[in-house]
Design a protein around this ligand. Structure first.
Ligand SMILES: [Zn+2]
Length: 190
């Protein structure tokens, strides 16, 4: 699941909503529900055609957009067979299994790629961390984040002060108002 808040962007959240629906339809999904209440849009889309259970494939996608122009957040979640949903026991397949990392790779890649398309629709200048989908304004910030969050073993003694800085940002994200809890290092709003 990916989630981020966007401030002072040129695009209206209702336009983001329309574009995301286009992306999903073009990618072979059926929009199975599309609700709009006040400042909240919720899309649920399911892979069209006969449903087949294939480990690691995306079955459905949920997108929630909340807020108004100038300050809104987007949440994306893809249901992937074997990652987010157990595989039921059907003919010839007796294991209620969880897919391996290799098997879920394709579904995960799709989710990340869709997230990048949505982010770049909102602001083409933003950079996305491939490992957790967090957003950054500059290559520098992204590299700092990767060092801090994904290469902990390599940084050794340098970690403590950087960790403190990260915690400060996280706290700002958490108390940044609308949206509440952020995804961590880097802050929730960008
Ligand atoms: Zn990351």
């Amino acid at each position: 699941m990916y989630r981020h808040g966007f401030v002072e962007k040129d695009i209206d959240p209702s336009d983001v909503h329309e574009k995301v629906k286009e992306f999903l339809v073009n990618d072979g999904f059926n929009i199975t529900s599309d609700e709009h209440h006040d400042q909240m849009w919720e899309i649920h889309a399911k892979k069209s055609g006969r449903e087949r259970i294939v480990l690691g494939k995306v079955r459905d996608v949920d997108v929630v957009i909340a807020g108004s122009k100038g300050k809104f957040e987007v949440q994306l979640h893809a249901g992937i067979w074997g990652r987010d949903m157990a595989v039921p026991a059907v003919e010839g397949l007796l294991t209620l299994g969880l897919a391996t990392a290799v098997e879920v790779h394709e579904g995960h890649e799709y989710e990340l790629n869709l997230w990048k398309r949505i982010v770049h629709l909102i602001d083409p200048s933003l950079l996305v961390c491939d490992l957790d989908g967090l957003l950054f304004k500059s290559r520098d910030d992204l590299e700092k984040h990767i060092k801090m969050a994904h290469q902990q073993n390599n940084t050794g003694m340098m970690m403590a002060p950087m960790m403190m800085a990260g915690m400060g940002l996280m706290t700002m994200g958490m108390f940044g108002g609308f949206g509440g809890f952020g995804p961590g290092f880097g802050g929730f709003w960008i």
